[in-house]
Design a protein around this ligand. Structure first.
Ligand SMILES: [Zn+2]
Ligand SMILES: [Zn+2]
Length: 149
């Protein structure tokens, strides 16, 4: 495990503040753990990382809630890996992720920002009101493709 550099923490705190949210120690520690991780992390991976730190443990319910909150806030991405396990990764900071589409790797659970805007939704029949559009692109990242070669 990489040592958590103290200098990363102010950047994490301001990223959380930038989405208009309260900075809590659990949010900062979970996002720091995702940023320092070598690849997409499962709930269990993050739990293990936090347990090894010299801080009070973050309970499982809080951890699940914080991971979901980070995804909803656009600070982390979530995808399932080849075994169907949710994997979380830190989202690139200071990027409006709603402005482009994402590729989710079904091998490692990685999420990749693509330089492509989401397609425009089709014109809806009269009387319909649009609430959300989800554009789902799945496949394998170059590293996972290579691993079967
Ligand atoms: Zn992959
Ligand atoms: Zn993105």
């Amino acid at each position: 495990m990489k040592a958590q550099s103290a200098s990363a923490l102010p950047a994490i705190q301001s990223a959380i503040r930038a989405v208009g949210s309260r900075v809590t120690p659990a949010r900062v520690r979970v996002l720091a753990a995702l940023q320092a991780a070598p690849g997409p992390q499962s709930h269990a991976d993050v739990e293990e990382t936090l347990t090894r730190q010299a801080h009070p443990a973050v309970d499982r319910v809080t951890l699940y809630r914080v991971l979901d909150w980070l995804c909803a806030a656009g600070l982390a991405h979530k995808a399932t890996d080849a075994r169907g396990v949710f994997r979380f990764s830190a989202a690139a900071p200071n990027v409006e992720h709603a402005g482009h589409v994402h590729f989710r790797c079904t091998g490692c659970g990685g999420v990749f920002c693509l330089k492509a805007p989401p397609p425009a939704p089709p014109k809806l029949p009269r009387g319909f009101r649009l609430a959300a559009v989800a554009f789902d692109i799945r496949g394998e990242c170059p590293r996972c493709v290579k691993s079967h070669a």
